[in-house]
Ligand binder design. Structure first.
Ligand SMILES: Cc1cc2nc3c(=O)[nH]c(=O)nc-3n(C[C@H](O)[C@H](O)[C@H](O)COP(=O)(O)O)c2cc1C
Length: 204
């Protein structure tokens, strides 16, 4: 591929990634999953600490995890009722109850030496998350980053046995994001992007 073709396919990839909230009833093979997660490991991180920790849920463990998403829905449904039209509200409710049938959820933790959550640490995990979601797109997989279940962080920590990982590593782990992953079963339009005041050029 020429450099121009490479450039084009990269920008297409970035623009083609969309949040997918409906998935096929199909598992992700271990090799594809590992490739996608490994892409996360190539992200930049503060002081190259690679402070991301991923806990991959599938099968029964993923099914049990749905409880936290369902409880998260109950926390925010009233706000969304006013904001979303009825069909989108129902679709979103179904997504929170089932995660669209996605076979995998990745819990993304930041590991640090103290209980203090540093922006650099959190940012590094988000960099890895974006790599994972772009890699998923190139694999033909769909993904959706979800922050809503984090209101039940403590329960999720207990559910995965976080204490054990912390003791093993002698580090404190903080859940900063989650990624839902699977084969897309819908083709949603790309959410609109605006440039306006979001980009300011000084000294041009
Ligand atoms: C940090 C973060 C948290 C998010 N949390 C949720 C969530 O809890 N539920 C959900 O359905 N989508 C969630 N999203 C997805 C956004 O709604 C989505 O990225 C945005 O609407 C733009 O659409 P696109 O991803 O298709 O481009 C989250 C995205 C980010 C980056």
């Amino acid at each position: 591929m020429t450099r121009v073709q490479n450039q084009q396919s990269f920008y297409d990839l970035v623009k083609n990634r969309r949040s997918i909230r409906l998935y096929k009833n199909k598992l992700i093979d271990a090799k594809s999953l590992d490739r996608v997660i490994d892409a996360g490991l190539y992200a930049p991180s503060g002081k190259n600490e690679q402070n991301w920790r991923f806990v991959v849920l599938s099968g029964d463990k993923k099914e049990e995890y749905l409880e936290f998403c369902q409880k998260a829905w109950l926390k925010q449904k009233d706000i969304l009722k006013d904001r979303l039209k009825p069909s989108l509200y129902e679709f979103t409710e179904r997504f929170f109850y089932t995660l669209g049938g996605a076979p995998v959820v990745i819990l993304c933790y930041s590991a640090s030496n103290s209980n203090f959550v540093e922006f650099t640490n959190v940012g590094s995990v988000f960099m890895a998350m974006q790599n994972i979601m772009l890699a998923a797109t190139i694999e033909g997989l769909g993904s959706c980053s979800m922050g809503a279940p984090l209101v039940f962080k403590k329960e999720i920590d207990e559910f995965i046995g976080k204490k054990y990982f912390e003791e093993e590593e002698k580090k404190s782990l903080d859940l900063v994001g989650t990624i839902v992953l699977g084969w897309p079963a819908h083709d949603p339009p790309k959410a609109e992007r605006k440039r306006d005041y979001r980009v300011r050029k000084l000294n041009f």
